[in-house]
Write a protein that binds this ligand. Sequence first.
Ligand code: FAD
Length: 517
Amino acid sequence: MKEGKKYGLIVIGGGMTGLSTALTWALNHDLNKEPVLLIEKEPKTGGYVTSYEREGFLFDTCQMIPNLSEILDYLGIEIDLKKFKGNYMRIFVVNPKTDEVKVLELPSGVETFKKQLMEKYPNNANEIEKFLDYSRAMYLELYNLKIEPSVSDIFKTLIKCPKIVKNAGKTFKEYFDKFGITEHEVIEIFNVFAEFSALPSEQVSAIVPISAMNSLLDGAFRPTKGFNEFSRKIEERLESLGGELLLNTKVVKILVEEGKITGVKLENGDEIYSDYIVTTVDPKLALVQMVGLDIIQELDKKYAKKVEKVKMSCSSMNLSIGVDDDIDLEALGLDCGYNVITTGGDSYDRLFDAYEKGDIGFNNDRFHVGVICPSLTTGGKPNLTVRITPVPLGNWVDLRENDIEEYKKEKVKWAEFFIDKVEKYLIPDLRKHIKVLDISTPATYARYSGSPTGSVYDMAPYTNNFGRTRLKMRTPIEGLFQPKFVHGVFGCLLAGMQVNDMILNGKIMDGNARYKP
Ligand SMILES: Cc1cc2nc3c(=O)[nH]c(=O)nc-3n(C[C@H](O)[C@H](O)[C@H](O)COP(=O)(O)OP(=O)(O)OC[C@H]3O[C@@H](n4cnc5c(N)ncnc54)[C@H](O)[C@@H]3O)c2cc1C
């Protein structure tokens, strides 16, 4: 970076959204005239998508992605991916009173999945078929949606996306109930898709689980060399095109003059200038702390109100566990994308009620835990990841900063609780084989992402916080964008393309929400 240089675009944050934004810009501009600079506060890019090593064990934060090939082709990135071909997910439904466990296996492939469900649950075969076919058609309608629809686009949407229009305001539960599926196990299976967005089915916007379900059924993948391949490859390509990275550098202010972007101010006091800024950090952090709500209020009161009302997603706990070579993880069926151990029924709804009160609602009668075995894909020393949502920020940050001993005690207490469940229902004698245990808490997520609430999945997709009701990417400040339309690697890479499309008036995606090559 040269002193006094003015950039075509400055991107704040080097996660998937920021990397994709910067690379898409680089692919579409002459960087000698309109250079791009990506600023990241950490020493490396990737944000929430990263891999880390502890005592020779390699862990990933992320676990599973849908097919991204069209986006990766556009970005000019090649990543070796393993496709889960058999069961890509297993759900262990536990009755905590009797310790009875029912295992539900979800095979890959839309048609295989449908056939298996219809055969297994003949009483609901018609209802299952209707639900899956309707949902598939609704998912495909996403290709006809525009990001910033004009009046004529809105009329076209009514014709081309009737299912989305009809169900846009519905929660998944409201939507699902219309199909009359009564088999508990089938309800259990579909609720797990809702919980992938860390919201219960009675609160999540229907279109989110429908999209997660359809995209993952089309194919669930994991990078064979670890998730940090994403940042490494995008970074390499960005730099090869002449894009610039400024690591270990924190943006503290977004500079605005007369309603227009002028640049950013760094923690060391330096200012860097540009006519376009794309912020990819937590929108509350960007718009309230870095810009200032008063500035937004002056320009657009409605947008300012929306910023205030935005609900961020919950936080999480994560256990990264390195084990010895004496457990045969493959024999336990762990070579699949995801395992969920759950007390089922309305467990996640009730866990969420506790979360909303600032409590951790897990107990011996109610739990919901994801278990993954990355090493069966990436090789290396055998390891496991245990994922837990919803967890509130609570006093985790406070404890970590002011009472580290109590912080450690609290996180170990919860880790023991979750290991107990995995040991009891999935991996017998797990404890005896543990070599390394690394525990992430909401304080970990708050620190790495900069999100004041340690939110792991960005703005939560409630019906009044998603789609048409989402905080818009184009802010009222000329030249400032915040492309945060849905969480996940797929959504974030796509968002980077969408925001460039907006700046370039449809050059990349013709204003569409989904990319069609
Ligand atoms: C534990 C976990 C597991 C997940 N698993 C999956 C999964 O299996 N599949 C999937 O598709 N998705 C998964 N996700 C979601 C996915 O990882 C995220 O949606 C996505 O990575 C978010 O990318 P982002 O670039 O929008 O934000 P982030 O990754 O949060 O990136 C923001 C970046 O901004 C930087 N930053 C913050 N403040 C500043 C500042 N002031 N100045 C400069 N830089 C700053 C941060 O350091 C960070 O690098 C998971 C998320 C978590 C946390």
